[in-house]
Design a protein around this ligand. Structure first.
Ligand code: HEM
Length: 294
C-alpha cells in the first residue's frame, strides 16, 4: 500500500488555500500534535517542508536531492524569483468554511515558531480552466502513471514527493487582446476543447512545446495540481506540481525561460509572470505524522 499523502491526488476541489510559512529557527520538532491527531475531515490536506526544515527535523532524513528553489534569469529579461519558504500547507475541498477554519488552526498551532509568509486562496474556474480560459491539466498523467510521476518509490521515502509552488500573476488584458487563434498558438492547444495543435500549426515557442519535453530519451513527467488564484487585481495561477525528482522542475522551467540550450522561450511568459518560487518535500503520511508530533 502506498504511504503517500492522499491529498496529493484528491481531485475536483472547488476551493483551495495555499499557505507558506517562514520558520526562522527550524525546531527539531513541530508543535502540531493536535492537528496531526485530528486530520481534516471536510477536505484534503498536503503538508510539505522546505530544505531547512527537511534538514532540521529530528524525525526526517533528507531525501536525496532535497534543495531550495533558485532564481532563474531567463532570456529577453524574463525572470523567476526565488522566495523559498519553510513549510507549505495545501488545503482543498468543497467546504470553504471548514478549509478556512483549518487554515486558522494551522496558523495558531505554528504561531510560536512560524509566521505566514504567503497566503493564496484558489478556486475552480468553470470546467477546470485557467483564467486565460484554457483547460489546465489535460496532459496530466492518468491512473497509475500519476503515481510514477509524483512519488518517490524507494526505501523510507517511498510515497514522498517533491513539490514546486509558484504563484503567477496574469496579464489578462494583454492575453485577452489576442485573437482566439493566436491565444491557441501561445498555449499550443485549442481553447474550447483543449485539443493539441499538430504539425506546422504547433509553434515551437508555445507553452506545450516548451513543456512537453524529454531528457535522456525519457518524457519529463510531473503531476500538476494548480488552481486559479487571487482577486481581480492579482488574478493568476497558483502553480503547484508534484514530482518524484526535483530536477524535472528545473528542466521544465529552464525550457520555459529559454535557458535549456536552444535559446527559445515560452511565449506564455509574455502574458504571465511568476512572483514566488519554492521547492518543498511532502513526506509519506506516516513520516509526516511523526514530524508533526502526532
Ligand atoms: C502561468 C502559468 C501557467 C499556465 C497558465 C499554464 C497553463 C497550461 C495549460 C493551459 C496547459 C495545456 C493543457 C494541459 O495539458 O494541462 C499546460 C500544460 C503543461 N504545463 Fe503549464 N501552465 C503554467 C505554468 C507551467 C509551469 C511553471 C510548468 C512547469 C514547471 C508547466 C508545465 C506544464 C506541463 C508539463 C504541461 C503538459 C505538456 C504536455 O505534455 O502536453 N506549466 N499548462
Amino acid at each position: 500500500m502506498s504511504r503517500h499523502q492522499p491529498g496529493v491526488f484528491a481531485e475536483d476541489s472547488s476551493h483551495h488555500i495555499f499557505l507558506e510559512f517562514a520558520v526562522p529557527d527550524p525546531p527539531a520538532h513541530l508543535p502540531c500534535g493536535t492537528l496531526a491527531s485530528r486530520p481534516l475531515a471536510a477536505g484534503s490536506e498536503v503538508v510539505a517542508f522546505g530544505p531547512d526544515l527537511v534538514a532540521g527535523l529530528a524525525d526526517l532524513h533528507p531525501p536525496q536531492g532535497s534543495r531550495g528553489f533558485s532564481a532563474i534569469e531567463g532570456v529577453d529579461g524574463f525572470t523567476a524569483p526565488a522566495t523559498q519558504h519553510d513549510l507549505f500547507v495545501w488545503l482543498h475541498g468543497e467546504a470553504r468554511d471548514e478549509l478556512f477554519a483549518r487554515a486558522l488552526a494551522w496558523g495558531d498551532a505554528l504561531s510560536r515558531v512560524a509566521t505566514i509568509a504567503r497566503e493564496d486562496h484558489g478556486f475552480r474556474f468553470r470546467d477546470s480552466r485557467d483564467l486565460t480560459g484554457f483547460v489546465d491539466g489535460t496532459a496530466n498523467p492518468k491512473a497509475d502513471a500519476r503515481l510514477d510521476a509524483a512519488l518517490l518509490s524507494d526505501g523510507e521515502h517511498a510515497g514522498g514527493s517533491f513539490v514546486l509552488a509558484q504563484r503567477w500573476v496574469h496579464d489578462l488584458t494583454g492575453f485577452g487582446a489576442l485573437a482566439d487563434q493566436d491565444q491557441e498558438r501561445v498555449i499550443g492547444r485549442t481553447k474550447p476543447d483543449s485539443v493539441e495543435l499538430t504539425g506546422d500549426a504547433m509553434p515551437k515557442d508555445s507553452h506545450v512545446s516548451r513543456t512537453d519535453i524529454a531528457r535522456d530519451g525519457q518524457a519529463v513527467k510531473i503531476l500538476r495540481r494548480s488552481a486559479p488564484a487571487g482577486g481581480i487585481r492579482d488574478a493568476g495561477l497558483y502553480f503547484l506540481a508534484f514530482s518524484a525528482d526535483l530536477d524535472r522542475f528545473d528542466w521544465l522551467l529552464q525550457s520555459m525561460f529559454g535557458v535549456s540550450g536552444d535559446g527559445r522561450r515560452d511565449r506564455l511568459l509574455g502574458y504571465s509572470r511568476p512572483v514566488s518560487g519554492s521547492y518543498f518535500y511532502a513526506p509519506p503520511l506516516d513520516t509526516l505524522r511523526v514530524c508533526l508530533g502526532g
